[in-house]
Structures are given as structure tokens and as C-alpha cells.
Design a protein. Structure first.
Length: 126
């Protein structure tokens, strides 16, 4: 396989965790395999593998963008990933507060609700 794919898979596992990636890989079909390969190479092998900014910062940016664009379904996954990226609950709250100011209070409010639920599931005291 391509080096970018392999690097992406290493980064993806480091950020999202072995169990998450194993479940995603087990669910991959011939239909969505090209998509899974693309995001592994592009998102994980290029963007997330770049060391220009830290994984903590990348995590905060990702959560902010997900909330600002209303892509709420991926927020819990990326909240769980903060256990591996070093972004603290306080970092995440600050990111969502930026969303409130620059993209809208309802989006930030919903993202915070999802974060609280996910942190509770993770056993993180807020």
C-alpha cells in the first residue's frame, strides 16, 4: 500500500484508537472502500500526520469546524479522540465558545451538549 495510506492508518489509530479503527475497517465494503482509502490518505496521512501544528491544536480546530458547519454526528468521535490528542475539556469549551461568536450560539450550544454527553460516557468529570 501507499506510504501515505500507511502513515494515515498509523495516525488514525493513534488519534481515534485501535478499537474505533478496527470497527470502521470491519465495516468497510467494496462500495465504500475507495472513500475510506481517500480519507485515510488525505485526512489522516496528509493533514493529521503533518507536524506543523500539534494534534491538540488540530483536535480543537476539527471540533470547531464540525460545530460551525453543523456536522454534529462526528463530534462525539472527536471528543473521544481528545483522550489521545491532549485537548482538554477546557480547550474544547474554548473552541466551542469561538464557534458561538463566529458561527452561531445554537451550533455551539448543541456541540457543548454533545461534548458533555460524550465526556460523561468517557467518565470524565467536568
Amino acid at each position: 500500500m501507499d506510504n501515505r495510506y500507511n502513515e494515515g492508518m498509523r495516525t488514525r489509530r493513534a488519534v481515534l484508537g485501535e478499537a474505533h479503527v478496527d470497527r470502521a475497517e470491519a465495516g468497510k465494503s467494496p462500495f465504500d472502500a475507495p472513500f475510506q482509502n481517500m480519507i485515510t490518505e488525505g485526512a489522516w496521512g496528509t493533514l493529521w500526520s503533518d507536524d506543523t501544528i500539534s494534534r491538540r491544536e488540530r483536535s480543537m480546530l476539527t471540533l470547531s469546524l464540525l460545530a460551525a458547519t453543523g456536522n454534529f454526528e462526528e463530534i462525539p468521535m472527536h471528543i473521544r479522540a481528545t483522550a489521545n490528542t491532549g485537548a482538554t475539556p477546557q480547550d474544547v469549551l474554548q473552541a466551542f465558545m469561538h464557534v458561538a461568536v463566529y458561527a452561531g450560539v445554537p451550533k455551539a450550544n448543541h456541540a457543548i451538549k454533545l461534548a458533555k454527553q460524550t465526556y460523561a460516557e468517557m467518565g470524565v468529570d467536568l
